[in-house]
Design a protein around this ligand. Sequence first.
Ligand SMILES: Cc1cc2nc3c(=O)[nH]c(=O)nc-3n(C[C@H](O)[C@H](O)[C@H](O)COP(=O)(O)O)c2cc1C
Length: 146
Amino acid sequence: MKKLLIATLLGLTAASAQVQAKTLLVYYSFTGNIEKAAVAVKDQTSTDVIQIQPAQKGLNYAANNYSLGSDLVDQIRSKPNDASSYPAIDPVDVDFSKYDTIIIGTPLWWSNMAAPMQTFLFHNGKAMAGKKIGLIVSSASSGISG
Ligand SMILES: Cc1cc2nc3c(=O)[nH]c(=O)nc-3n(C[C@H](O)[C@H](O)[C@H](O)COP(=O)(O)O)c2cc1C
């Protein structure tokens, strides 16, 4: 009887954990396309949404034939294991234990995720291990390659 009660309680705990499992959407958007997708997801589901913001404000990543955005992606590509390769972003406080699914929303920059999103993933990727991962990507024409 005691065993049955414990098993039932364990079952209930697992079931309520499943009910409480939540989805987090983390997005970065420079010109607003991914932001529109993020707003649609937020409006139509119970997903929590967090926006990544570069620490340095007012930069135009598309100016001079995308030169700044290109430089940032090149820097990451050349030394991907070096934290200093990644542009600083505003602090993001996420309790990953609350989520079983994480959706990443990002534009493509030179066929890679935008540099500020790569910064977020560099610092938080390990905490996302074992979760279900979704991806929302926006580009002008090309596909994702890296
Ligand atoms: C620095 C930079 C690099 C980009 N590189 C690509 C690319 O390689 N291929 C592509 O199709 N679009 C590229 N784009 C266009 C964006 O991916 C596209 O406009 C996207 O929809 C922007 O999303 P956002 O409005 O959420 O920032 C680039 C844009 C920027 C600013």
